[in-house]
Design a binder for this molecule. Sequence first.
Ligand SMILES: *Cc1c(COP(=O)(O)O)cnc(C)c1O
Length: 377
Amino acid sequence: MNIERSPAPGSPLYSADPKAGYLAQRGEIDAAIKRVLESGRYVLGAECEAFEQEFAAWLGTPASAAVANGTDAIELALRAARVGPGDKVATVANTVSATVAGIVAAGAEPVFVEIEPDTMLLDAGALEQALASTKGIKAVVPVHLYGQACDMPRIMEIARRHQLIVVEDCAQAHGATVGGKKAGAWGGLAGFSFYPTKNLGALGDGGAVTGVNRELVEKVRLLRQYGWKTRYVSDEHGRNSRLDEIQAAILRVRLRRLDQENAFRGQLAGIYLKELAGKGVVLPWVAPGRTHVWHQFVVRTPQRDELKAKLEQAEIFCGVLYPVPLHRQPAYADSAVSLPETERACAEVLSLPLHPGLRAGAVAKVAAAVRAGAAKV
Ligand SMILES: *Cc1c(COP(=O)(O)O)cnc(C)c1O
């Protein structure tokens, strides 16, 4: 990998570095921005259309619709599939507020289901239980958290039996596969985010809806611009969720490097897995038949806060995704919901620095600090 800027030895290490992504492709990104500035077209133009086609081709779906961010992608995908007021949507509570913000913005009500203890992803068995015990669940939003896809074959099978709409949350899983098929191409609709720290990141906000059903993706294209089918005439009650041309042009450049960067993330993850095996923290587990794109490298320990503090003394800054599960947050609190595996995960998870701007030596240094820290706490 030819990353121009890599942290100098001894400089602080963080769990993401979007600037490194820019610097790695600076010449091409600067040229793309200049091209847009000189084109005179700044929102939903040729760059956006080209990105939509290139992204859909990379993913293996017939179409994609670019939108303003990942939260909107989830909302507009649900609305395109006619999920709204009066409907319930099953999802997990160990995700960022955005997942549920998208569900609520569509007018639907979230129903939190439990996760598998090993992958920390939506538990298909718990989904079946929720369908049996709760009336009105019309859709499920499986969240492909940390870079690993959920058990999509099983979730799709359940969805078929219960006529459930599936909207995958792919914001952390650009390129992750299950049985060789990419997250976001499983049959329903999917929402992607291109927030700068994601595996495919813009230099601002961005998002996309993908799907195998071309008509539903076309519906998103209406909804993202006031419901216009033809200019100035609304077919549907839509909103404004457009992608600008500068971000689209940048994303086209970043997309060309995504597979290479994901592979490099995999190499760095391999160093952690080797250096930390049996060293006092629980390592991430990749389920058979899946590939992981290492958006986050998440270890677990009941002494998470102590370990995090020890690493900070060594100028290593880890993330916690996510410290408070959604059903325990003021906006979405539901004291009737009990999700012990979710709560335990939120208390134990720690994201070690892993991004394409790091070098192998920095990762080995973090691993040594984790070994030392885990031995002491
Ligand atoms: C980033 C993220 C989102 C939301 O994306 P935005 O572009 O910030 O709206 C949704 N779900 C998950 C799991 C995310 O990580």
